[in-house]
Design a protein around this ligand. Structure first.
Ligand SMILES: Cc1cc2nc3c(=O)[nH]c(=O)nc-3n(C[C@H](O)[C@H](O)[C@H](O)COP(=O)(O)OP(=O)(O)OC[C@H]3O[C@@H](n4cnc5c(N)ncnc54)[C@H](O)[C@@H]3O)c2cc1C
Length: 258
């Protein structure tokens, strides 16, 4: 293992943060128990005082297909897995398109689009060095209780990558902002949409410094350049308060605040 200074104002997708020392885990290292694992920071809002962090190094970026079993390392970027699935005609991976991050982050978030989620297609995850069957891992909408560090995931694959489905899912993204963000800020509450509630309380387009509830899609907290952690959390708290006041709904963050 080795240390690396990562500037989260450049590395994270929302472009908020400061340079922080991160421990890089290499193949064969014993996993430290006192550090939080991060992926590629597409779902993170990192303060200047996060808990001690670690990240999987490139040793964990690989894909192996043998006898219709695909094994993927958890540092693999999602885009690489999508290209691999396309090239080898593997069914079920289409939804990964435009879903930025690492495979480890996808697993921990049970990331997905509409009814397509990573847990629907996987079979087992290697957590803290041991293979765990999917049915033993509690998971739901944008959450999976991995209980440790995922280093590899296994899929039993079938052939038939659908470019038609891929195109349909890409088209769904047309209403999402191109400005820097961490994706959806809040999870959708049961039977409703966080974006709709943010609009209803008049916050769509509202800014604090360089951060803004996007004019394109209200549930995206966007950074127009140089936005700070404090500005971001101000807007998140404001939305939660106003929505609770007006609708009695407690919104839960999808973006993880460290
Ligand atoms: C423009 C944009 C659009 C997006 N659209 C979607 C969408 O449609 N659907 C969706 O679900 N998400 C979406 N996201 C969010 C993001 O793409 C996913 O949450 C992604 O899976 C995060 O991966 P990451 O590697 O960046 O994880 P990080 O953001 O670094 O971490 C997320 C969580 O995963 C945990 N984690 C990371 N690696 C591991 C590991 N190896 N073992 C155990 N835990 C780990 C971290 O502790 C953290 O809790 C979007 C983000 C952006 C910027």
């Amino acid at each position: 293992m080795y240390s690396k200074t990562i500037d989260f104002s450049k590395f994270s997708s929302i472009k908020v943060g400061v340079p922080i020392e991160v421990l890089m885990i290499e193949c064969g290292d014993e996993l430290p128990k006192d550090r939080m694992i991060i992926g590629h920071a597409n779902n993170l809002l990192v303060s200047s005082t996060p808990p001690p962090l670690m990240m999987l190094s490139k040793d964990f970026s690989f894909m192996e297909l043998e006898d219709e079993v695909l094994t993927v390392g958890c540092a693999t970027p999602t885009g690489k897995l999508l290209s691999f699935a396309k090239k080898h005609d593997l069914a079920g991976f289409e939804f990964i398109s435009k879903l930025p991050g690492s495979i480890g982050g996808m697993l921990a978030m049970n990331a997905g689009v509409k009814s397509y989620e990573i847990f629907n297609i996987l079979d087992a995850i290697k957590i803290d060095g041991l293979w765990v069957d999917k049915k033993e891992i509690e998971h739901g909408y944008r959450v999976a209780k991995l209980g440790g560090v995922a280093t590899e995931v296994r899929f039993n694959v079938t052939r038939g990558f659908s470019t038609k489905l891929l195109d349909e899912l890409v088209a769904l993204r047309a209403n999402q902002p191109k400005t820097a963000s961490a994706g959806s800020a809040f999870k959708n509450p049961e039977g409703d949409y966080a974006g709709r509630l943010i609009e209803e309380v008049g916050l769509k387009g509202v800014s604090k410094g360089a951060m803004q509830w996007s004019e394109v899609h209200a549930n995206f907290l966007v950074n127009h350049g140089g936005g700070t952690f404090e500005e971001a959390t101000y807007l998140i708290d404001l939305a939660k308060d106003k929505i609770f006041e007006k609708f009695g709904v407690v919104l839960k963050e999808e973006v993880q605040i460290l």
